[in-house]
Design a protein around this ligand. Structure first.
Ligand SMILES: [Mg+2]
Length: 316
């Protein structure tokens, strides 16, 4: 049996949870959230790692080395914000192909540095090696007094997302189908930004929190699974930019599909208690409601149907 038949990422994570999650009280959260959380006195240390592989997460046909470095960092840092934490230190591991030029190598680390400076994160180590293809693995450490997990959503909480969704996938599809123009969505794919300025405000009011790396459908299902609840997502309310709609039209695809089943937008999806609705509205868009029944529904103008499909899965 291969990993696809095993059940994809969900089955892999469930297997690893059973294998490694322990009852050690210092571990506030092991496998199963955006990052692991370790208790250190009266603060919490947050640790996450993320891996990007050539021709899977990025292609040298349309990524500059600077962009590979920058995006890798932003992707990992996004997971720290998704725990309500502030990123502090990072370790950068990368395999370069043997014929890699010094210019390429330096540009890659210039991208790393740009992101590190943006988030006030210190690069403190890592590893370099060579491989048949390039791959990047970034570990980021952060800290917080109050972590926000995926597991805190309650019935009648409201679901919000920051920014707009689907842009990164629209950009990727434009690159793949060699569609001219559409620079803004292409940039969303090559130069995404983790939600630095909003992260703190979101963490203050969120009952559950996650970043949008695998599409809204997958993320909301993760929150519901961990919180033991369900949700109704209102299709009309999912925020999608004009640029993404335009690109979807050129691609003859549905922009809503990019938002629900795409990925790598690195926005934040979170739930809040009704009393914080006003505060949430100032920084994000309401897209749904948490319900008791453990199912996720998509409500459109014509009908409400269970949202069975999920977003991007590397093993499916
Ligand atoms: Mg995440």
């Amino acid at each position: 049996m291969n990993l696809k038949e095993f059940g994809g990422e969900k089955a892999i994570v469930n297997f690893l949870k059973k294998e490694f999650n322990s009852k050690n009280k210092k571990i506030a959260k092991g496998i199963g959230d955006d990052a692991a959380v370790i208790k250190r006195g009266n603060t919490f240390q947050v640790i996450t790692t993320d891996m990007l592989c050539e021709d899977d997460h990025f292609s040298l046909n349309y990524f500059t080395p600077f962009q590979i470095g920058y995006k890798s960092m932003e992707a990992s840092i996004s997971d720290v914000y998704a725990m309500g934490a502030t990123p502090t230190y990072t370790l950068v591991s990368v395999s370069f192909k043997k014929n890699t030029s010094v210019e390429f190598f330096k540009e890659f680390f210039r991208g790393i540095k740009k992101s590190a400076l943006r988030h006030n994160v210190q690069v403190i180590g890592g590893d370099t090696t060579h491989g048949k293809k390039m791959s990047v693995s970034i570990t980021v450490i952060g800290e917080t007094k109050k972590p926000v997990y995926r597991r805190g959503a309650k019935e009648n909480d409201l679901v919000f997302v920051t920014g707009k969704l689907g842009g990164s996938t629209a950009g990727l599809e434009c690159f793949r189908k060699k569609i001219e123009g559409n620079e803004k969505v292409k940039q969303k794919h090559t130069n995404p930004n983790a939600q630095k300025s909003l992260a703190k405000k979101v963490a203050e009011i969120a009952t559950a929190l996650e970043d949008v790396s695998d599409g809204l459908a997958t993320e909301i299902k993760n929150i519901c699974a961990e919180s033991k609840c369900g949700a109704i997502i209102n299709a009309e309310q999912v925020p999608i930019s004009m640029e993404t709609k335009k690109a979807a039209k050129a691609l003859k695809k549905n922009a809503l599909d990019f938002a629900l089943f795409g990925g790598e937008d690195f926005e934040l999806v979170f739930t809040v208690h009704l009393k914080n609705r006003k505060k949430a509205k100032k920084i994000a868009t309401q897209v749904g409601t948490i319900i008791k029944e453990k199912k996720v529904y998509l409500k459109t103008n014509s009908k409400t149907a269970e949202l069975k499909k999920t977003g991007f899965d590397h093993f499916k």
